[in-house]
Structure formats: structure tokens, C-alpha cells
Ligand binder design. Structure first.
Ligand code: HEC
Ligand code: HEC
Ligand code: HEC
Length: 94
């Protein structure tokens, strides 16, 4: 009986993880509209070159980006460390 239960749980786990991986690519691009000029975040390209773990812990989901996060570790901080764009207009294009 115990063994059957474990097998059923394993099947249920596989079914959920398959569902999650289909639905969880996230957006292709995200546009942040600001007074300083709009910022286009190419989410797909970042994911392909850096891997999801560079920004997401565990199962990827929503990350809130405000000004402090954008100018800190969520965007610019990584650019400083990894030769990404750090000039204002490299992100804020009109
Ligand atoms: C790595 C990309 C990046 C760089 C470099 C960057 N920013 Fe930003 N900035 C953003 C993002 C993304 C937001 C929007 C956050 C949000 O949606 O609240 C933002 C928000 C802002 C805002 C808020 C505008 C508003 O409408 O509330 C100002 C002002 C700003 N940035 C100025 C600057 C200045 C000045 C520089 C250069 C010293 C700079 N930024 C460099 C990505 C960047
Ligand atoms: C450079 C950082 C970064 C990388 C790498 C990255 N993401 Fe994201 N991801 C974000 C940010 C920032 C958001 C929130 C965008 C927004 O403002 O709505 C997000 C949002 C998401 C969301 C939630 C969408 C929503 O609004 O519910 C999913 C799902 C997601 N990413 C999956 C992935 C997957 C899968 C990968 C790897 C292939 C990946 N991400 C790679 C930064 C990243
Ligand atoms: C974990 C590291 C990392 C994070 C976090 C990250 N980036 Fe980047 N980003 C890079 C690197 C590295 C490059 C240079 C890649 C290249 O030029 O091929 C880059 C390039 C860019 C570029 C120029 C190329 C393009 O796609 O147009 C923009 C704009 C940009 N990032 C915006 C953002 C914004 C906005 C965020 C936050 C929402 C962000 N990045 C978060 C690493 C990161």
C-alpha cells in the first residue's frame, strides 16, 4: 500500500512539472514606460544568454521592477559586473 502511494505521488509530481515548464517561458519583451524615456527589456534574449537562474530563484515568476530595483541588482548592477549597458540612454531610449 505504501509503495502504491509513493508511485502515485511521483506521477502527480511529473504531471505538474510538465505543466509548469510549458506555461512558464515568461514575456518575450517587457516595456517600461518612464519620463526619462522608455526601456525595452528583451526578456527572451536575457534568458537565452544568461539562463533563468541568473534572475529567478526556483520556479520563475513575476519580479517587481521599480526604479531602485532597475538601477540596482535587478538590472544595472548585473550590467556593471558583466559588461552590459550602464549609460542612461543605453536603457532609456526615446
Ligand atoms: C540597466 C538599464 C537602466 C539604466 C542604465 C538606467 N536606467 Fe533608469 N530606469 C530603468 C528602468 C527599467 C526604469 C523603470 C522602473 C519602473 O518601471 O519603475 C528606470 C526608471 C528611471 C527613472 C524614473 C522615471 C519615472 O517615470 O518614474 C528615472 C528618472 C531614471 N530611470 C533615470 C535614469 C538615469 C538618469 C540614468 C543614468 C544615470 C538611468 N536611469 C540609467 C533602467 C535603467
Ligand atoms: C535578466 C533577468 C532575467 C532572466 C535571465 C530571466 N528572467 Fe524571467 N523575468 C525577469 C523580470 C525582471 C520579470 C518581470 C517582468 C515584468 O516587469 O513584468 C520576469 C518575469 C518572468 C515570468 C513571469 C511573467 C508574469 O508576469 O507572470 C516568468 C514565468 C519568467 N520570467 C520566466 C523566465 C524563464 C523561464 C527564464 C529562463 C529561460 C527567465 N525568466 C529568465 C527577469 C529575468
Ligand atoms: C544577471 C545579469 C543581467 C540582468 C539582471 C539584466 N541584464 Fe540586461 N544585459 C546583461 C548583459 C550581460 C547584457 C549584454 C548582452 C549583449 O550585449 O549581448 C545585457 C544587455 C542589455 C541591453 C542591451 C541589449 C538589448 O537587449 O537591447 C538592455 C537594454 C538591457 N540589458 C536591459 C536590461 C533591463 C531593463 C534589465 C532589468 C529588467 C536587465 N537588463 C537585467 C545582463 C543582465
Amino acid at each position: 500500500m505504501k509503495r502504491i502511494l509513493v508511485t502515485l505521488m511521483a506521477v502527480a509530481f511529473l504531471a505538474t512539472s510538465a505543466l509548469v515548464s510549458v506555461a512558464a517561458d515568461g514575456p518575450e519583451k517587457v516595456l517600461y514606460e518612464t519620463k526619462k524615456g522608455n526601456v525595452t527589456f528583451n526578456h527572451k534574449a536575457h534568458g537565452e544568454s544568461l539562463g533563468c537562474e541568473a534572475c529567478h530563484e526556483g520556479t520563475p515568476g513575476k519580479i517587481d521592477i521599480d526604479k531602485a530595483a532597475a538601477h540596482g541588482d535587478s538590472c544595472k548592477g548585473c550590467h556593471k559586473k558583466n559588461d552590459g549597458p550602464t549609460k542612461c540612454n543605453a536603457c532609456h531610449t526615446k
